[in-house]
Design a protein around this ligand. Structure first.
Ligand code: ZN
Length: 151
């Protein structure tokens, strides 16, 4: 289990340092800003959606390694998926990072399981879910900035 944790840690550090899909979609259908006041993480998610499919997704912003890594991993997991799939993945990811339950998690969540360890640190759950809350706000075209403190 220690080796697995090390591997997870490496993936999180890698995505934190070298985030994928970092930037702004030039013809975004949805744009949303998210803020986690507990940690100071801020990010903006832009989405290109065609017929219920997320054709492109990017993010940019500044935050801790966990929030950046989670946003990066989210964009990789979500790109090309349907909007319904995105909602389901968010539910499953939220369960993972709040319970740390890895049973069957990799099958459902793929590489996102590397963030399971944040379940031991409740304050970090906000960092890990900020990008997802922001994505949901973007897809629902909610008004205003998404904050982790309005849950
Ligand atoms: Zn954070």
């Amino acid at each position: 289990m220690t080796d697995l944790r090390d591997l997870y840690q490496q993936v999180v550090l890698d995505h934190g340092r070298h985030p994928r899909n970092f930037g702004v979609c030039c013809s975004a259908d949805h744009t949303k800003e998210g803020y986690n006041p507990l940690c100071g993480d801020r990010l903006t998610v832009t989405v290109v959606e065609k017929n219920g499919v997320i054709e492109d997704i990017m993010f940019e912003g500044t935050g801790c390694a966990i929030s950046t890594a989670s946003a990066s991993l989210m964009t990789e997991a979500i790109k090309g998926k349907g909007v319904e799939d995105a909602h389901r993945l968010f539910e499953q990811f939220h369960t993972l990072v709040t319970t740390g339950d890895l049973v069957d998690a990799e099958k459902r969540l793929g590489k996102l399981v590397v963030l399971a360890g944040v379940s031991a640190f409740p304050a970090r759950v906000k960092c890990a879910t900020l990008a997802w809350h922001t994505l949901m706000g973007a897809l629902n075209d909610e008004a205003g900035v998404v904050s982790t403190e309005t849950d």
